[in-house]
Every structure is written in structure tokens, then in C-alpha cells.
Write a protein that binds this ligand. Structure first.
Ligand code: SIN
Ligand code: CO
Length: 393
């Protein structure tokens, strides 16, 4: 395979240095690209003073990031800021960042016109930063695609295209800085140059003298957000009246069990998820229904017990169920999944039946059924406050 260039020059009628179709096919969401002169003759849409003024607005989302290079310490301050905040800043190594500047300033919003080949709903905002010499936000990754357009001044950008680059964060900062950053590319961007980064590419920009950067950021909802919102959308017209129903109910073989017939009824109540695997569906329903309409949560035990210690204590005692801890179980292959107040535990069918079936358990009977594999489950339940050790009557 022929490697495609990572750096190109824009031309008058090709601001990306290629057609938008080729950019989308070869780079978008796949590979970084530096386009020299994408915004040739860049007219600074905003002055540093305008940006500082915006950062004082209550409704604007603004941050100042300070770096102490001597100790490699980072500090994050959040806006809105006042004039005195700016007056006390050091001469170098800080940056001011304001999000959604396109919503406040029509000239900044006009920058988005250069990205008309990307659906408007996919674009998030234009974030503008002003940095003093050495200023930046440190090495990090972003979740979204971004075009980093250099405004005034110069900025040194370093990125890593190594697919195996470590993604661990430094523990000493709220800024989600990468603990290790080994750049594979190092560029100085001049006014009008633009660096496109797909999500997840480690990068760091450092101001060389005063500079301003305009970040055209995209947005992409997480699958979890899509699913949750869609479920709410489907649920809304259903209202409260239509409920799980079982006019065909037969006497329960084991009242603690969520059996296959019950699970079929639940599935029928939500046909939109008919292709979800049976065991995933059961695992969800068991957690859901044992937490549903619970008025209280169990208080964890004051002193947690190891499962070995619990094993030594069980003989001759009782285990009382916390009356607020709902329990149920379902078959999972040859074993059981035991559900307790929204949590799930794997154990034998015999132990699940026993725990879910009785409010007052005999310690010896539990010990006999628990075996080595069941003791950790019992210890977890005792430690979470769902089962309480008591003296035999
Ligand atoms: C900036 O400092 O202007 C951009 C920050 C970033 O890398 O996302
Ligand atoms: Co970034």
C-alpha cells in the first residue's frame, strides 16, 4: 500500500489541497493531515482583547490553563473571569480558551463556511484560544475530529500517529493529560495553516510567542447516548398505563426465579430489542427488576469480611436478609445469575435458590451449598449489607 502524504499545500481552488471527496475518503476519521495555507490570507476574526472580553461573560464557557515548566505542573481555572484575573497572570506559559465562539461572533461563525462539505449537524463549535509564549493545554487526545486553524502568531504542534501509543492519563491533573507522549511528527504552523486530527490522535500545541488558534470541532454522540435517547423516544408515547402483564400466570415452581416464560413476556413488551441475546436480556432484566421501585438501599457493613473469615463464622449462625434487598435469580447455562438490588452475581443454581428463597437462612445449610465458589458471593452480599449475620435463636 502506498502511504498517503500527511502534509500538503492548499491551492486557490483546493483549500484542502485535494477535493473534499478525496479528503473524506482518505483522511476523514482515519489519518491526520496538515494543510499549509488552507485559509490563505487569514483575517483574524477576533482580537485577543475580544476573546478576553467574552471570557468575562457569565454565559460563555471559558478556561485558563497555566503551565509551570520548571515543575511540569498544570493548573486549570474555569471562567467566567474578571479583569483582575487577567492582571495577575504570568508573562508566559498560559492560555485562555473559549468554546462556542461562533455562537457569539458572526466573523468567527463564517469560518465554518470553509467546512460546508461536512454536514452542519456534525459540526460542534469553533473554540478559540489565545496563548502567551509556551502556552498550551498539554499533551492529550480528543474524542472528536478537529481542524486546528492557526490564526495570529505561530504554534508548534506535535502529534503521534503511532497506533499503539499509550493512552494513560497523568494522575496529578484534572486536564486528562497523557502520562507519556512520544511524538512522531513535529510542525510549526503559521497563520492560515490548518491541522486536521481524527479522534484519538495524541497531540500537543505550544505557542511560539503570542498566538491564537481556532479549533473547528465536530460532534458525534456516543452509542450509549444514542441508545438511551432512542429508548426514551420510544417510551414516551407509551405512557404509564401499558404495563408488563401476565394474565396467563401459572403457579411458580420457585418464586425467586425469573423463568423463561416471564422473560418471553418482558421481550414481548419491548419488541424493538428482539435481536438482543437471551442471556444479555435476562442479565439486564434481573438487575432492573430487583432495583425497580426500591425505596431504600442497603448500608454496607461497617467492617468488611473476607470470604475465608465468613466461612469460619457461618457454622452455627443465621443470615438474615435485609428486607429492602430484593432478590431473584435466573438460569445462566448450567449455573445461575443471582440478582440482588440491581447487582448481579454468578453462583450455582442451588445457592441462588437458597439465597433468593428465604428471609432467614441457616448458616450450616448455606455453608453446605456454598462450597468454595459460593463464599465470595456470600461475602459480597454480607459486606454490601444485603445479608446480616445473626446468632442462632
Ligand atoms: C488550543 O490550544 O487551541 C487547542 C487545544 C487542543 O489541542 O484541542
Ligand atoms: Co486537542
Amino acid at each position: 500500500m502506498v502511504a498517503i502524504p500527511i502534509e500538503l499545500k492548499a491551492s486557490h481552488n483546493r483549500p484542502l489541497g485535494m477535493s473534499p471527496a478525496r479528503f473524506l475518503r482518505e483522511y476523514w476519521q482515519k489519518q491526520p493531515l496538515l494543510v499549509r495555507g488552507m485559509f490563505a490570507g487569514f483575517q483574524n476574526a477576533l482580537t485577543p482583547e475580544d476573546l478576553a472580553g467574552l471570557a468575562c461573560e457569565e454565559a460563555a464557557l471559558s478556561r485558563i490553563v497555566l503551565h509551570d515548566p520548571g515543575h511540569n505542573r498544570w493548573t486549570l481555572r474555569t471562567g467566567p473571569f474578571g479583569e483582575s484575573d487577567f492582571a495577575t497572570l504570568p508573562k508566559t506559559h498560559w492560555t485562555l480558551l473559549v468554546q462556542d465562539v461562533d455562537k457569539w461572533d458572526a466573523d468567527v461563525a463564517a469560518l465554518l463556511d470553509g467546512f460546508g462539505f461536512i454536514p452542519a449537524w456534525r459540526r460542534d463549535d469553533v473554540m478559540v484560544s489565545y496563548a502567551t509564549d509556551g502556552g498550551g493545554v498539554g499533551p492529550h487526545v480528543d474524542r472528536y475530529d478537529v481542524f486546528l486553524v492557526q490564526g495570529i502568531g505561530r504554534r508548534r504542534w506535535r502529534i503521534s500517529t503511532d497506533p499503539g501509543a499509550p493512552m494513560d492519563f497523568r494522575a496529578d491533573s484534572d486536564l486528562k493529560l497523557l502520562a507519556g507522549f512520544a511524538p512522531t511528527h513535529d510542525w510549526v504552523l503559521e497563520p492560515g495553516d490548518a491541522l486536521y486530527l481524527p479522534p484519538g490522535v495524541p497531540h500537543e500545541g505550544k505557542a511560539l510567542g503570542e498566538c491564537m488558534t481556532f479549533s473547528i470541532g465536530m460532534r458525534a454522540p456516543s452509542r450509549a447516548e444514542l441508545l438511551l435517547d432512542f429508548a426514551e423516544f420510544l417510551a414516551e408515547p407509551l405512557g404509564e398505563e401499558k404495563r408488563y402483564a401476565d394474565p396467563d400466570l401459572r403457579p411458580a415452581k420457585d418464586p425467586g426465579e425469573i423463568d423463561a416464560v416471564a422473560l418471553r413476556r418482558v421481550r414481548a413488551a419491548m419488541p424493538h430489542f428482539s435481536n438482543v441475546d437471551n442471556s444479555v436480556f435476562a442479565s439486564w432484566f434481573g438487575r432492573f427488576i430487583t432495583a425497580y421501585r426500591a425505596a431504600h438501599e442497603a448500608a454496607p457493613a461497617a467492617r468488611p469480611l473476607s470470604h475465608a473469615r465468613l466461612g469460619g463464622k457461618l457454622a452455627g449462625t443465621r443470615l438474615l436478609r435485609n428486607p429492602w434487598s430484593r432478590m431473584a435469580w435466573t438460569r445462566h447455562g448450567r449455573n445461575a445469575e443471582l440478582f440482588v438490588a440491581g447487582h448481579s452475581y454468578r453462583c450455582t443454581v442451588a445457592l441462588a435458590r437458597l439465597i433468593a428463597g428465604q428471609r432467614d437462612l441457616d448458616g450450616d445449610a448455606v455453608l453446605a451449598r456454598a462450597g468454595k465458589t459460593g463464599l465470595p458471593v456470600l461475602a459480597a452480599l454480607v459486606n454490601a449489607g444485603h445479608l446480616l449475620l445473626a446468632k442462632r435463636r
